[in-house]
Design a protein around this ligand. Structure first.
Ligand code: NAP
Length: 253
């Protein structure tokens, strides 16, 4: 993918990975707009020259007006990154976890579907474009303290595969970004060994610029998760990652 002349929308670009990639796409020469809920972050980003749009991906009406505003300002939009996501810990022994499960599925899975549905007709009409969906190494190798998160990301992986097949022949491609643990504010509490954001973004931009763009953007640090089942390391790695259950409040491990 030529990253020097695209018009990119990052849904969930107000912090973390999305915000970093917004800067990287701009540095590569593309025009970038970002969406998210935080008014403070949106106003900072507007000050940095990004197109900014408020959106809550859990709210269909909000996504519809967001789409209208984005396409009015960027009729040439050709790349939509569905980055919005929450990463919540859940203790499945406590039924009170359900609220976190609902938020997770509504944001990570249904939010992704809402954002994709909003822009699919536009990209098909253009006859060219790319959706970049965002899953996680955890889609392929569960991290037991975040069960609904793992389920949401495995679902977005499956959805991305089906979307790619359904859009075949329209000129619209689907690329799945599969981050390992990356040191953003959302991750610091969970994983002190997370990959530095800067290094991650550099590897991502290199992989995205390959021609043809790979269907999955797999930085080196995520290969052990992505291929654990194939490599026969899955059971051992899940057992090791289960030790992290000790981080749940009230658990000894
Ligand atoms: N960091 C990691 O280790 C890691 C690993 C694998 C996958 N990922 C995935 O990468 C993505 C970004 O993660 P991150 O670490 O950069 O987290 P982050 O800094 O918390 O960013 C999350 C983004 O999602 C947006 N968002 C959350 N709820 C939203 C909603 N209801 N409507 C619209 N936007 C919403 C946030 O914007 P507002 O708060 O402004 O709405 C923010 O821009 C997520 O999908 C995450 O699951 C992260």
């Amino acid at each position: 993918m030529d990253l020097s002349n695209r018009t990119v929308l990052i849904v969930g670009g107000t912090s973390g990975i999305g915000r970093e990639l917004a800067g990287r796409f701009t540095a590569a020469g593309s025009t970038v707009a970002v969406g998210g809920r935080s008014p403070e972050a949106l106003s900072e980003l507007a000050g940095e020259g990004f197109g900014t749009f408020g959106v809550d991906v859990t709210d269909s009406a909000s996504v519809a007006s967001f789409r209208d505003a984005v396409l009015a300002r960027y009729p040439e939009l050709d790349t939509v990154v569905t980055m919005s996501g929450v990463m919540l810990l859940e203790d499945l022994r406590d039924p009170a976890h359900f609220e976190a499960a609902e938020t997770t599925i509504d944001t990570n899975l249904l939010g992704t579907i809402r954002a994709i549905d909003a822009f699919t007709p536009h990209l098909i009409r253009r006859g060219a474009g790319t959706f970049v969906t965002v899953t996680s190494g955890i889609a392929f190798l569960p991290f037991p303290p975040m069960p609904s998160y793992a389920a949401s990301k495995a679902a977005v992986h499956a959805y991305s595969e089906a979307l790619r097949a359904q859009l075949d022949g329209t000129g619209v491609g689907v690329v799945e970004l599969v981050p390992p643990a990356v040191a953003t504010a959302g991750q610091e509490k969970v994983n002190p060994h997370a990959l530095p954001l800067d290094d991650f973004a550099t590897e991502v931009m290199d992989l995205l610029s390959e021609n043809p763009t790979p269907h999955e953007i797999l930085v080196k640090g995520v290969l052990m998760h992505r291929w654990a089942e194939r490599d026969g390391t899955y059971d051992d790695l899940v057992a090791r990652r289960s030790q992290a259950l000790a981080m749940l409040p009230g658990r000894e491990g």
